[in-house]
Design a protein around this ligand. Structure first.
Ligand code: HEC
Ligand code: HEC
Length: 236
C-alpha cells in the first residue's frame, strides 16, 4: 500500500517562504557541499537549547502528523525520531540533509523548499531534546564487505522487515526504505554500523551485534560489513 504520496504533505502547513535553501543532498562526510556552512560537512555548531523552542513550534505544525507528538513515530507512516541510538548515530548534517532534501520516493518531503536554513536548524535542536543521548563514536574506517555474502544476509534477515527491495513502508514493511539511494547517500558507514550493531532503540530494529541478546539473528563484524556493502552496491 502506498501511503498518501506527495499529496498528503500538502495538507500540512508549511511555514516560511521559499528561499535559497533548495539544495541537493550532500554526501555524508563530504565537506563543503556548496560552500554554505549550514549544509557542508563542517560542524554546524547549532546551539540546541537556544533554538529548540522555535523547533518545537515548527515540529507541531509540520512534522507531528507522521512522526507523532513526541517523535515516537508511527509504523508505516513516519519513523521514530525519539530514539537514543538513532540520535546518537545521526550527525547534525545527516538530520539537516534529511529534513532539507526529504526522502524522494517516500512521503518525507524536501522541507528545504519552504523552510529557511535557520528553521531547519531549530528543528534539529528540538529533535536532539527528544531522547537523552551523547554523540556516538562512529567507526568510519573504509568498508570491507563482500556484496554477494551481504545479499544473502539481507535476504535471510533484513528483508523480512525492510522489504525484498529495501523499499520499506512501500513494501508494507515495518522498517524504513534502507535500500534507497536517498537514504544511503545521507548516512555514513559509521551510522550504518552503529544502528545495525546497537539497533534503533524503541523500535523493532534490534541489536544485531554478535553478543547481543536478540532472538532474530546475531551478526559478526564481517557480516555487518557485507550487508552494508550489498546495500551500497544496489542503492536505487
Ligand atoms: C507526510 C508524512 C511526513 C511528514 C509530515 C514528515 N515526515 Fe519525516 N519522514 C517520513 C517518512 C515516511 C520518512 C522515511 C521513510 C523511509 O526512509 O522509508 C521520514 C524520515 C525522516 C527522518 C529520518 C529518520 C530516520 O529514521 O532515518 C527525519 C529526521 C525526519 N523524517 C524528520 C522530519 C521533520 C523534522 C519533519 C517536519 C518538518 C518531517 N519529518 C515531516 C514522513 C514524514
Ligand atoms: C524485526 C524487524 C527488523 C529486522 C529483521 C531488521 N530491521 Fe532494520 N529496522 C526495523 C525497524 C522497525 C526500523 C525503524 C523504523 C522506525 O523507526 O519506524 C529499522 C531501522 C533500521 C535502520 C535505520 C534506518 C533509518 O531510516 O534511519 C537501519 C540502517 C536498519 N534498520 C538496517 C537493518 C539491517 C541491515 C537489517 C538486517 C541485518 C535489519 N535492519 C533488520 C526493523 C527491522
Amino acid at each position: 500500500m502506498l501511503l498518501g504520496g506527495a499529496a498528503s504533505c500538502e495538507t500540512y502547513e508549511r511555514p516560511g517562504k521559499p528561499d535559497e535553501s533548495k539544495r541537493s543532498v550532500a554526501k555524508a562526510g563530504s565537506a563543503k557541499a556548496d560552500g554554505d556552512p549550514g549544509l557542508s560537512g563542517d560542524k554546524l555548531n547549532i546551539d540546541y537549547d537556544a533554538v529548540k523552542a522555535e523547533g518545537e513550534k515548527l515540529y507541531a505544525v509540520t512534522c507531528i502528523g507522521c512522526h507523532g507528538p513526541s517523535g515516537e513515530g508511527m509504523v508505516g507512516i513516519g519513523p521514530k525520531l525519539a530514539s537514543a541510538t538513532f540520535l546518537a548515530a545521526a550527525s547534525d548534517e545527516m538530520l539537516v540533509n534529511t529534513i532539507t532534501s526529504g526522502r524522494p520516493g517516500t512521503t518525507m518531503a524536501p522541507w528545504g523548499a519552504t523552510m529557511q536554513t535557520k528553521q531547519v536548524h531549530a528543528l534539529v535542536g528540538y529533535l536532539r531534546s527528544l531522547a537523552p543521548h551523547e554523540p556516538a563514536a562512529l567507526n568510519e574506517s573504509p568498508l570491507s564487505g563482500d556484496v554477494t555474502r551481504g545479499q544473502d544476509v539481507y535476504a535471510r534477515i533484513c528483508s523480512t522487515c525492510h522489504g525484498k527491495h529495501g523499499a520499506g513502508y512501500q513494501e508494507s514493511s515495518s522498517g524504513t526504505g534502507i535500500g534507497r539511494k536517498a537514504f544511503l547517500d545521507t548516512v555514513s558507514d559509521g551510522f550504518m554500523r552503529h544502528i545495525i550493531k546497537n539497533g534503533k532503540s524503541g523500535t523493532k530494529m534490534r541489536a544485531f551485534e554478535e553478543k547481543a541478546p536478540t532472538a532474530v539473528a546475531n551478526l559478526n563484524d564481517q557480516e555487518i560489513e557485507d550487508v552494508i556493502a550489498y546495500l551500497r552496491s544496489k542503492a536505487w
